[in-house]
Design a protein. Structure first.
Length: 128
């Protein structure tokens, strides 16, 4: 039993290290993105798409770090929502992909509503 507790503690520490690494990567990406965004040609619509893409990647990185720190349904739903939103915004000409992404988002929020109603406001998961 003592060995199991030691392994669990080691795994929790490793998860925290991974979360810190994810946050450091987001901070580094933010720094590089600011430099790149300043140099963009703002006369084209593509510059705005680049900004949205970078913002969504950073939001996904933050949500991954949150997911590593706490296992809860809220964090998982937010992570999936950011991934789907990124896919919707950055699709070029693939209208079937947009439709499938919107359907996936509707299913995601429907499932979230069902789980909240069934399991309470804390959702499913174990808070660390």
């Amino acid at each position: 039993m003592k060995k199991f507790i030691q392994h669990t503690t080691i795994l929790k520490i490793f998860e925290h290290v991974l979360a810190a690494a994810a946050l450091l990567a987001v901070i580094a990406m933010a720094y590089v993105s600011i430099i790149d965004i300043i140099a963009l040609d703002w006369r084209s619509f593509d510059a705005l798409l680049v900004v949205f893409e970078r913002i969504l990647y950073m939001a996904i990185g933050i949500e991954i770090a949150r997911l590593l720190m706490s296992y809860c349904l809220d964090t998982l739903v937010e992570l999936i929502a950011f991934v789907i939103a990124r896919k919707i915004l950055l699709i070029e000409g693939d209208y079937v992909g947009v439709l499938l992404s919107v359907i996936a988002l509707i299913i995601l929020f429907g499932a979230r509503h069902f789980f909240y109603r069934t399991f309470g406001s804390s959702g499913i998961g174990v808070e660390k």
